[in-house]
Ligand binder design. Sequence first.
Ligand SMILES: [Mn+2]
Length: 391
Amino acid sequence: MSDQYTPQKSDKFSFGLWTVGNVGRDPFGDPVRPPMDPVHAVRKLSELGAWGVNFHDNDLVPFEASPQERDRIVREFKQALSDHGMVVPMATTNLFTHPVFRDGAFTSSDASVRAFALQKTMRAIDLGAELGATTYVFWGGREGSETDAYRNPGDAVKYFRDAINFLCEYVRSQGYDMRFALEPKPNEPRGDLYLPTVGHMLAFISTLEHPEMVGLNPEFAHETMAGLNFVHAVAQAIEAGKLFHIDLNDQVMGRYDQDFRFGSENPKRAFLLVRLLEGSGYDGPRHFDAHAYRTEDEEGVWAFARGCMRTYLIFREKARKFDDDPEVRGLIAELRKQDESYSGPDAHSGYSDQTAGALKEQEFDVAAMAARGRRYEELDQLLMEVLLGVR
Ligand SMILES: [Mn+2]
């Protein structure tokens, strides 16, 4: 099927090797799908219209691989990228699967584990740079705790800062064209993870030695797990100039980490997210960090991947439709006219003693202001009708 919702390379859709390669293991059940050859994943994703593919170091090169094996795997992967016109926009490190990271990597209380995590990450950064990645993601899957009886969580933040500062200097010293994107998550696999939300990460970044090199990789499911509004999180990251990358998927609040197909659970919020992203000037990857249901075989994996991209493009078109709808435009214009009718002293023009004095004397018709409705019921119904396909 080829139509206006068929993805093009210019749409900048990317998938992690770990997403389409997810074997469907969960805490209660064994894998239901065989491991996927990265070269096969690259070919299939390219055929479906994806533009990029991302990986954790060990998605591509097994933890135990010898230097010779590493070089052979990387050579074959590079060839596949070139054969199928795919890029590697982002890379990351697996600092969570191996038992050595049972109590964290960068935030482990064990100094030897922290140093090993840095060594592993520097090697993975080299691998990412070799394959052209310009964004390096940090998701600290084990950076957290089940009990705070031993480690002070404040010390964990200090250890994490030391690691990010060190790695920023490493990237600078190597002359890599690479920025870091931090990915918050509230819990899973640890009972609680440190720096659990976009807001925590933004505050943390401002304490770094090179804050300009470090931004966010917010994930739909992660903010939703925390009961937060992902659109608000992304908007704040954009406003701060910190949206370096994004992980798209879906999730029901209060459940386990589901990583569902984009738009499959919260279509209205996904629509508002796409509208925000497309209107923001964000030109980075539209990356899907999700996987097929455990019910699926390989055919189901490709249906999942196609569905993520297709839903994004449907929302993009619906967002244009909503913004161009004459009734929507009329309603928004009326609201805006009312909102902008005040011309007295305010905060936007900046502080002066004169403005403050004038504002203290300003007369307001508070009763009339308080009586005005906002007409959001009408506007939101129009949004729903566009979304449901009856407009
Ligand atoms: Mn993610």
